[in-house]
Design a protein. Sequence first.
Length: 115
Amino acid sequence: MELSNAVQALTGLAQLSRLSVFKTLVAAGPDGAQPTAIAESLDIPANTLSFHLKGLMTAKLVTQEKRGRMITYRADFTQMNALLEFLTANCCGGKGCAVTAPLRAHRANTRAVAS
């Protein structure tokens, strides 16, 4: 990923509602979600959601698929992973990242406690 693409993606995420929409689509996985479900889960008006989805599509972090009158939005996991890779490319001077293992372990412990 080039620097300008990374800036575009980060700009797309640099707003509370857009970040929430993106996280909702990431949680939905490859099946994605329809606008009505997203709007209801985040309690935001449809026109506001449309604005934020457009911003995320401009940032190339979200795709849409139209089937008849139904639109499904999906997080673009390839772009998301490219952004993460770009951000961590020089982490720890190019050596293995010391943060990765403890962070994953912390998340696993948090999920186990919540269950």
